[in-house]
Each structure stands twice: as structure tokens, then as C-alpha cells.
Design a protein around this ligand. Sequence first.
Ligand code: PRP
Length: 197
Amino acid sequence: MRSSATPKPPRSHTPVPSDWRPEVERVLITDAQIARRVRTLARVIERDFRGREVVVISLLNGTVLFLADLIRHLSLPLRLDFIGVSSYGAGTESGELVFTKELRLDVRGRDVLLVDDILDTGKTLSRVIPKLRALNPRRIKVCVLLDKPSRRVEKVAADYVGFEIPDVFVVGYGLDYAEKYRNLPFVGVLKPAMYQT
Ligand code: PRP
């Protein structure tokens, strides 16, 4: 699923909806492109897990939209749990990681699908994956909607990637800036003026 199979979104000509035009520069990935790609990811995940029961672990908060769309296309027996983790950085930079909710389900001997919205520097997943490994699951597979490889500082990769994107500040479809914009149905590029004060 990695490398050549991961699409880079083509330059979108879809206009930004008028309500968001003052803040959002352009649409990077449309809702239709997301929906298509999520269905493809779900098919690949289903094939890889071949009917085994999966514990889906979703990292709060940014995954909520992606997770909801992904799991409704997964015809697998699954249980769902969440880990709350946030990086409290200044502005657009990721900073210190804080765990706000711990896992409740027992994952020992289980197949785990870890879901996140974006793999950026890799600091989050490089903390979360060893923490999960210590609980002795059978295996951990990582699924992210977006991958920004140019920003990586930690050696971490995802098994399933929706889109590989350039180093632009994205919001929408769960992704925020200062907790705003998560409800946009598309992934958009935020106008620099919104975060450069
Ligand atoms: C975002 C995102 C990923 C993480 C990726 O979370 O949801 O978990 O950053 O960045 P990294 O690869 O540089 O670690 P954030 O801490 O902003 O919290 P949120 O999910 O509540 O938006």
C-alpha cells in the first residue's frame, strides 16, 4: 500500500466553498476523492486481516471523521478503542506529547489496526507504537489518511496511506488549526495569514 500505490492528490480545481474562502486557500483533496480512497483502503485492510477480529485503535481527536468513514466500510469483526494524545506546540509546530486518554481494551495476542489522520514528523506514532507493542498484541498495522514524508524526523512509516501530500498546512476532515476547521468535509490548505500572526 505504500510507495507507488499511494496517490498524490492531483491539483484540485474544485473551488473552496464560499463560507470558507476567507480562511482556506484551496481544496487539496475533495470529499469525493476522500470517499473513493477510503473505500479502497478498507478493501485492502479487509484482505490483509482476512476475517480476523481486529482491535481498531484511533488516536484522538483528529481521526474522528476518517475513522467513522473507514470502519463503516470494514466488513470485519472489530472492537474499537481510543487513545487521546496531543502535541502541544506553538502554532503549526508539534511540541511536547501529552496523553489525555489511555487504552481500555486488552490487546494482548490481538490484531491491532492503529488509525491516525496524519503522519507528519512521526513523533506521535513513534511514541504510541512502542507503548502498544509493550502490551503484546499479535501485530500492529498502521493506517493514516495523510502522509507528509518531507517533514519526518522519526523513523516511522504507515502500512496503509490514503494520500501522500506536500509540506502545506492542511485542515479539514478532522484536521484542525487551534481546534478549528475539523468539520470541513474536504482537506484544504489554510491561508498562511490564519496562522502567521
Ligand atoms: C496531530 C495528528 C497526529 C499528529 C501527527 O495530532 O492528529 O496525531 O499530530 O503529527 P506528528 O507526526 O508530527 O506527531 P495533534 O497533536 O495535533 O492532536 P489532534 O489529533 O487532537 O489534532
